[in-house]
Write a protein that binds this ligand. Structure first.
Ligand SMILES: Cc1cc2nc3c(=O)[nH]c(=O)nc-3n(C[C@H](O)[C@H](O)[C@H](O)COP(=O)(O)O)c2cc1C
Length: 231
């Protein structure tokens, strides 16, 4: 059996002699581990999107065996799509920048958490650059090159009435549905002109954690009578 400690970490091989103390009280099938990729496009590192996305991740982890990768687009040097159409003949976007790894990570993800704040009635520019580069998952004939059925949770934050956030959320949902993904939940949060924050809204945080549980591929059930695999 094989455990991955993180996206870039060397796989950790567990052998018969390995210390299985960690798994002692949990029934676990490591083979069914899932990968969840979270995208935060807000430039506010401690903003509403980050608080909600972190709570979705909390829910996704629990005691499950998921691997989580979080990408904060704001910290990356990324380009928008340059409409070169190379992705129609090659199998990927040929622009080489910090978004390259993000697109690569998405390929084998089972779940995605996609977030964006509303700026001028649309998603912020960082999200839009990311979204346009998803064009590389569409073939010349319009067919989709992304593995179908990825589970997606969408998080949209805004400052005005929630309907504005909902519009952006619907747009993001349409994009991912077109790419063959399944939208399993959405959260639209308004900070009401900056008068409140997501991390202080228990209902939003609880809703986010609950949605995150959708990603649990293999919840480890606590069982005090289980003492690990038979020797
Ligand atoms: C440049 C800019 C434009 C914005 N435009 C809108 C808007 O059109 N509609 C709206 O409801 N909120 C707008 N907002 C408010 C943000 O969407 C809101 O504060 C959101 O909760 C921020 O989320 P974050 O903390 O995840 O970045 C704007 C904020 C900025 C900085």
């Amino acid at each position: 059996m094989m455990l991955k400690a993180g996206p870039s970490a060397e796989p950790l091989l567990l052998t018969a002699d390995s210390n299985l103390e960690f798994f002692k009280y949990y029934r676990v099938n490591v083979e069914s581990m899932g990968k969840v990729v979270a995208i935060v496009s807000s430039p506010r590192a401690k903003g509403n999107s980050m608080a909600i996305v972190n709570s979705v991740i909390d829910g996704a982890m629990g005691l499950s065996t998921n691997m989580i990768v979080l990408h904060s687009l704001h910290t990356m040097l990324i380009h928008g799509c340059n409409a070169c159409m190379a992705c129609k003949t090659k199998n990927c976007c040929i622009i080489e920048d910090e978004l390259t790894n993000v697109l690569e990570d998405i390929k084998d993800a089972d779940g995605l958490v996609i977030s964006a704040p509303v700026y001028f009635d649309g998603p912020c520019a960082q999200y839009k650059m990311f979204e346009d580069r998803l064009f590389s998952f569409m073939a010349a004939d319009g067919s989709i090159k992304m593995t179908p059925g990825k589970k997606v949770v969408i998080v949209v934050t805004c400052g005005g009435p929630k309907e504005r956030g909902q519009k952006v959320c619907d747009h993001i949902a349409d994009t991912f549905r077109m790419l063959g993904a399944e939208i399993v939940g959405t959260i639209v949060f308004s900070d009401e002109g900056g008068s409140k924050t997501a991390d202080s809204c228990d209902d939003i945080i609880d809703q986010a954690k609950e949605l995150g549980k959708t990603f649990r591929t293999n919840y480890r059930e606590y069982d005090p009578h289980y003492h690990g695999p038979k020797q």
